[in-house]
Design a protein around this ligand. Structure first.
Ligand code: SF4
Length: 357
């Protein structure tokens, strides 16, 4: 034990178990190691870099949109990606892409955060709004349908809005801030719902390669606690943390609490659930939806009309329940595909801004 170590221990502190020089400032949630801030920043960023490299998430020269809600995940993603892009010469053109759902008192405030991030990180920002794309804000939709099923509309519209925004930006890929907790939560939810089609793809780090814009999740193995309570907090990043005023989603909330309980007992549980999801083998007899395009708007769809068009038709006709649950009527002639209950796919069905994109 050297002199610095002895002094530190006398002062009641512990040395960082990585550098063995500085005082440990935190217990790392993922591994429970006692480490200093500097070493934490380094391992946190380098682990993400390794995930990007190992999974070949990006190619030099690509244009990448970062789904930015102003929440902690997407704010940390924007910050870390721009750091790594410079440090490791990824050669990427990065953009921020936000969706304005039209939720007064929530999204308008969080978009102010994204606008500040645009200046802070020097990343160009594009905002697409439900009002422009669909003619409806979420405030207007909730006024018509109430607080039941509002997240179905919002989730389906958001997925398509992100694709449309990404195509306006002419990007090659969309990076989202889904973290390890989100993915473990989605594995669990898909098991609870018996949704085999989604279970098979919800752990994929890149999805939508057959669609208009592939999506990737650089935080697939990054713990929420490390993003929010540690990295964002110590780095003093500017993010928005208020919940959506229309947020119900008790079922997902239950799955989240369950995972948090498991994590308290055994932090590795999150990674193990993801690993279990990755190792599921889907029986070849399981019928998967066939991808086609929506006859109305041309968007990717396994039915005659995509889910967004069905929901929109219901709203415009004053029959908002038309597209909820199993489709009747509008997609009848392709009823065999009606088992697919939502146009929102896999982990992207994570539906809200408090959960980020
Ligand atoms: Fe949309 Fe999320 Fe709010 Fe639901 S909770 S209305 S999905 S922003």
């Amino acid at each position: 034990m050297d002199e610095a170590d002895t002094k530190l221990r006398k002062a009641g502190g512990r040395l960082c178990c990585i550098c063995n020089q500085r005082r440990a400032a935190l217990k790392r949630p993922k591994t429970l190691e006692q480490i200093c801030r500097e070493c934490f920043y380094e391992v946190f960023e380098e682990e993400i870099h390794q995930v990007i490299v190992d999974n070949q998430l990006f190619k030099p020269g690509e244009r990448i949109a970062i789904g930015a809600s102003g929440g902690k995940d997407s704010t940390v993603l924007a910050y870390v990606l721009s750091e790594l892009n410079q440090r490791h010469n990824y050669g990427l053109d990065l953009f921020l892409l936000s969706v304005d759902e039209g939720i007064t008192g929530y999204r308008d405030d969080s978009l102010e955060t994204v606008k500040r991030n645009e200046m802070q990180y020097g990343l160009p920002l594009k905002i697409v709004s439900y009002k422009d794309l669909y003619g409806w804000t979420m405030d207007e939709i909730v006024k018509m349908i109430g607080l039941k099923n509002n997240c179905t509309f919002c989730g389906v519209f958001r997925r398509q809005a992100l694709d449309r925004g990404a195509s306006l930006l002419k990007v090659d890929k969309l990076a989202t801030g889904h973290n390890a907790d989100d993915i473990a939560e989605t594995v669990l939810l898909n098991i609870l719902r018996g949704d085999i089609a989604r279970l098979s793809r919800c752990t994929s780090i890149t999805t939508g390669e057959d669609g208009p814009i592939p999506r990737c999740k650089p935080f697939k193995y990054t713990y929420e606690k490390e993003i929010m309570f540690t990295y964002a907090y110590f780095k003093r990043l500017d993010y928005f943390s208020t919940e959506c005023i229309y947020s119900p989603n008790a079922y997902r909330g239950f799955a989240r609490e369950f995972i948090k309980d498991l994590e308290r007992i055994r932090p590795r549980a999150i990674l193990d659930i993801i690993k279990s999801g990755e190792n599921f083998r889907i029986a070849t007899s399981t019928k998967m939806p066939e991808q086609g395009t929506c006859e109305r708007c041309g968007y990717i769809s396994s039915q005659k009309w995509c889910k967004a068009c069905v929901l929109l038709e219901g709203l415009n006709r004053g029959l908002p329940k038309l597209g909820i649950g199993r489709n009747k009527g509008l997609n009848n002639d392709r009823k065999k595909d009606a088992k697919q209950t939502s146009g929102a796919k896999s982990i992207e069905s994570k539906q809200c801004g408090t959960l980020d994109f």
